[in-house]
Write a protein that binds this ligand. Structure first.
Ligand SMILES: [Zn+2]
Length: 396
């Protein structure tokens, strides 16, 4: 017995339906029932040769243009590509050229991301960049329409597209829930009949190894559009009570300068607790995976109704707020691994108006993940100016 959708061959993961007198797969039951050895019904989605172009508010930088050319070259060689770009380097803009080329050749393009919120954001950005295309979002609570010129969906929704995409772009592949999820990987594999483009600011070791073996082309972009280096965090290791005093001092200094802060703590309980006590000194609230009205809290923070937002790793990715600083309490906690620390620090200095800023890591001991995070940021900063020089040389 084998499940044609998820590749499951494990006998215990099939259940018997006495009415139909057939076995069905339990492993991928979340995507609807499918019987053992049942062929996947081919689905046809419309394709046509478009004549689209994309428009950006700011033109691509030299470094971005070079990366775009490198992507194109590798695609022509028939390679899957990993785009390894620093947080805020503009990786979404890098794939627009590929989208345009594939669609204009009459091919089907999909863009898959782990989180629903980001699906909606990317849809907005793509619809703006490609005004002549029908760009659709397919995610939880939003799947009445599943076909359009360009499909933006969550990784989970890829099961609707067996053998459909000539180009499948996958963002945040190192993030929950895609990372290490065999089921989602198989489904993504089935959805793509052509080439893949992976995007990440923090690719995991397995992927980098694949690249070093030459199974995957790698295109790097560490230069942010404004040209400033990534913020290197200040690390202070000390007792917990002193961590709190130091963070309050940091927050007071920021408040005086009119700078908002995202304060990361390891657990939901701590987020609530710290938000409650810091409320005596600052306009402050908390946001965790359990919070209701997340969108409203973020909108209020954007509108500067708070000096401070206490949060967990739930906000480590995807959020862009102009001119914020970040601090991490108990940065030696197990939830803060190398990737999540890089993502957290990547929230700082993203806008052209405020390209610099501060990041503070407070911990009792400096963990390997903290060391690796700093090393990775330094390495990206060392590579970035070279990307700029190469570009200038190419243009000269
Ligand atoms: Zn299955």
């Amino acid at each position: 017995m084998e499940c044609k959708r998820c590749g499951n061959k494990e006998k215990t993961l099939f259940a018997y339906d006495p009415y139909q007198k057939k076995y069905y797969c339990r492993k991928c039951i979340a995507f609807g029932r499918i019987n053992a050895d049942e062929a996947i019904k081919p689905v046809t989605y419309k394709t046509k040769k478009h004549q689209c172009r994309y428009e950006l508010k700011y033109p691509l930088t030299y470094a971005q243009e070079l990366a775009v050319a490198e992507i194109k070259m590798n695609q022509q060689r028939g390679k899957d590509i990993l785009i390894y770009a620093a947080c805020g380097a503009g990786k979404t803009e890098l794939v627009m050229d590929s989208i345009m080329r594939y669609l204009n050749e009459g091919k089907k393009v999909g863009f898959a991301i782990s989180r629903r919120q980001v699906v909606l954001e990317i849809r907005e950005r793509m619809a703006k960049a490609f005004p002549t295309l029908e760009v659709i979002a397919v995610c939880e609570g939003c799947h009445e329409k599943t076909d359009g010129d360009l499909i933006i969906c969550t990784m989970h929704q890829l099961y609707r597209y067996p053998n459909v995409f000539d180009l499948l772009i996958m963002d945040e592949i190192d993030a929950f829930p895609y990372r290490g999820n065999e089921l989602l990987e198989t489904i993504a594999g089935h959805a793509c009949k052509g080439q893949r483009l992976y995007l990440s600011a923090t690719p995991d070791e397995a992927m980098l190894k694949q690249a070093s073996r030459g199974e995957l082309a790698i295109v790097e972009l560490f230069q942010r559009p404004h040209g400033y280096p990534l913020v290197v965090p200040r690390v202070i290791h000390t007792y917990e009570a002193i961590q709190l005093l130091l963070v309050i001092r940091f927050l007071k200094r920021c408040k005086k300068a009119g700078i908002q802060v995202l304060l990361f703590v390891p657990t939901i309980l701590e987020a609530k607790r710290y938000a409650k006590s810091l409320r005596l000194l600052f306009r402050c609230t908390h946001l965790t995976s359990q919070s209701d009205n997340k969108d409203k809290t973020i909108a209020d923070f954007h509108a500067k109704r708070y000096d401070l937002l206490v949060t967990t790793t739930v906000l480590e990715r995807g959020i862009t707020i102009k001119g914020i600083y970040v601090a991490v309490l108990h940065a030696d906690h197990i939830v803060f691994n190398e990737a999540s620390l890089i993502q957290i620090i990547g929230r700082v200095g993203r806008s052209i108006e405020m390209p610099q800023g501060e990041a503070l890591l407070l911990c009792r001991r400096i963990t390997t993940d903290i060391k690796r995070c700093i090393r990775a940021i330094q390495k990206m900063n060392e590579t970035a100016p070279q990307q700029q020089t190469v570009k200038l040389a190419v243009n000269a």
